[in-house]
Design a protein around this ligand. Sequence first.
Ligand code: SF4
Length: 268
Amino acid sequence: MLSRKKKANQALEEHLGRYSALVKDLSEIEEGVLRFKSKLVAVSEIASQYYCEKKVELRRIHGEEETPQIKEGRVAHDLLLKDTEEASTEEILRKVFLGEPVMVREMRLLGRHDDVIIAGMADAILFHGGEPVLLLEHKFSRRPLPFRGHHVQAGLYCHLMNLMGWDTSRTKYALVMAPPECREDGALREIPQHILKNRGERRLMLELESGCANIYINDFDPAKTVDDLNWALDFWRGERSAVPTKKHGKCMVCQFNKLCTASPVKQN
Ligand code: SF4
């Protein structure tokens, strides 16, 4: 019988082998067959399709300047990494496969769904007993409620973990909505413990120094996630045109509203 350590090493080797095979496949493709000659599709772009797919298309065509909101979001995510140990992927995964409780921040995820390679980087994943038990996605916004795209994004990270070989049948994901001024609040890094202490709760709130974090805890729904993904991939496979949002409020603040044929701002 294999010892726990040997089993963990075997699982680690298999995992790294699958990951490297995908990276090799990607490096051997000169030009992708997807829209915009893409070799893969990023989870963040798929999530953005649920905000406005037309905007995803225009961003690919015209590029996007870094807006203050994008910059602030990046800084906020860097702050969440403060006080975390930098360790090699191999070191982290060895602990994961040994079944130790491990919180992995900014974990790269890569998987093949049908004929398309999907890539993403999850904010934080808590592993326990060798499986992902909780995925956390942070959003800094005045809006206390998550958008549909936020659920799609977190669901896709769970789906990718499943494609990478993990059992996700008990995986939950938490969307953490906090106001932008709370981005430096150290208490945000204690949210996983807060969720574990309140196991079974679907909605939690955490008082921060200058606001409140609203935490939404959900079960990963594989069938729904695959449906969401397949709809998004129809666009990348060129099977349909980009769908614009119907919400005028989004168009009013969109940087492409002067170029976009679907924009009410342009028509006025
Ligand atoms: S103007 Fe509106 S429809 Fe056009 S890309 Fe922007 S948000 Fe989408």
